[in-house]
Design a protein around this ligand. Structure first.
Ligand code: C2E
Ligand code: CA
Ligand code: CA
Ligand code: CA
Length: 275
């Protein structure tokens, strides 16, 4: 039994070493990707729930690593945050997305994700202002998506930064709503103009009663606070119908459109896609 225990421990140790090795090599690859500008942007179309017309897109960063192929942002963004690279990557995405969006028809909006770590960077408002200036995109067309975690960490600094961004004319939306440490006081305290209902709720619609109640409640909350609501992660007609019945303003999901490269998105817009 003792020998077995030893062997189990050795195997555990070996797999731990393997994890560390893999992590180190991902870190090195990510640093290199930053220097070589290996990131691209995919755009997922967003539609008006009422009219069915395309209303804009969310920019989603993409990384195809020479050795490992496509790496999900779910995997590399947390590593970039820890390595102090996320502000650089984020600024780059923002700059390029604003340039792309400036060439879309005037009514279309652009949403860009901002990591909680980026929000702690006091240079963020200046980065946003610069991206708008360089691209010529009207500030009203830009929306930054933040998560509740960002507000929890550092109240005062986050409030200052968000207020400065709002003063530029840029809107703020609260992403993945309902999954973090949701506190309704955030909605009051911070200049938030949109709530994005997390896909974990949307995906259990319309049959799961709990999710249906939550989605209904968030839609009502948005209505009474005069905030816009986007439902994300819509994959079925049943989900789309339910969301439309709740009066959510915008819809986004694989049903209505996957994230696609910039040129493909420009084509989609030119064809005036609708759902
Ligand atoms: P998110 O901001 O919640 O983005 C939505 C994610 O859901 C995207 O995954 C999108 O492809 C996926 N999605 C959209 N519709 C559906 C659907 O109908 N079903 C399912 N199952 N998924 C759907 P993606 O592109 O892999 O991004 C994952 C996360 O990585 C994002 O979640 C966001 O937190 C982060 N991320 C992506 N791009 C950026 C970025 O430029 N900056 C930062 N800081 N984070 C980013
Ligand atoms: Ca988002
Ligand atoms: Ca989300
Ligand atoms: Ca409404």
């Amino acid at each position: 039994a003792k020998r077995d225990g030893k062997r189990t421990f050795r195997m555990f140790e070996a797999s731990l070493m393997e994890d560390i090795r893999r992590r180190r090599s991902l870190e090195a690859a990510l640093r290199q990707a930053c220097m070589r500008d290996e990131f691209t942007i995919a755009y997922q179309p967003v539609f008006s729930s009422a009219s069915g017309e395309i209303s804009g897109a969310e920019a989603l960063v993409r990384w195809t690593c020479a050795e490992r192929g496509p790496v999900s942002p779910v995997e590399f963004i947390p590593v970039a945050e820890e390595l102090g690279l996320v502000s650089r990557i984020g600024a780059d995405v923002l700059r390029r997305a604003c340039k792309d969006a400036a060439s879309w028809p005037g009514g279309l909006d652009l949403a860009v994700n901002v990591s909680p770590v980026q929000l702690l960077d006091p240079r963020l408002p200046q980065t946003v202002a610069r991206a708008l200036e360089d691209s010529g995109l009207q500030p009203e067309r830009l929306e930054l998506e933040i998560t509740e975690t960002a507000l929890l960490n550092n109240d005062e600094a986050a409030l200052r930064t968000l207020t400065q961004i709002q003063e530029l004319g840029v809107r703020i939306s609260l992403d993945d709503f309902g999954t973090g440490y949701s506190s309704l006081s955030y909605l009051h305290r911070f200049p938030i103009s949109r709530i994005k209902i997390d896909k974990s709720f949307v995906q259990r619609l319309p049959d799961d009663l709990g999710s249906a109640s939550i989605v209904r409640a968030i839609a009502q909350l948005g209505e009474s606070l005069s905030m816009k609501i986007t439902a994300e992660g819509i994959e079925t007609d049943g989900q789309l119908t339910f969301i439309r019945e709740q009066g959510c303003d915008h819809v986004q999901g694989f049903l209505t459109g996957h994230p696609i490269p910039a040129e493909a998105f420009a084509d989609l817009v030119a064809r005036a896609a609708r759902v």
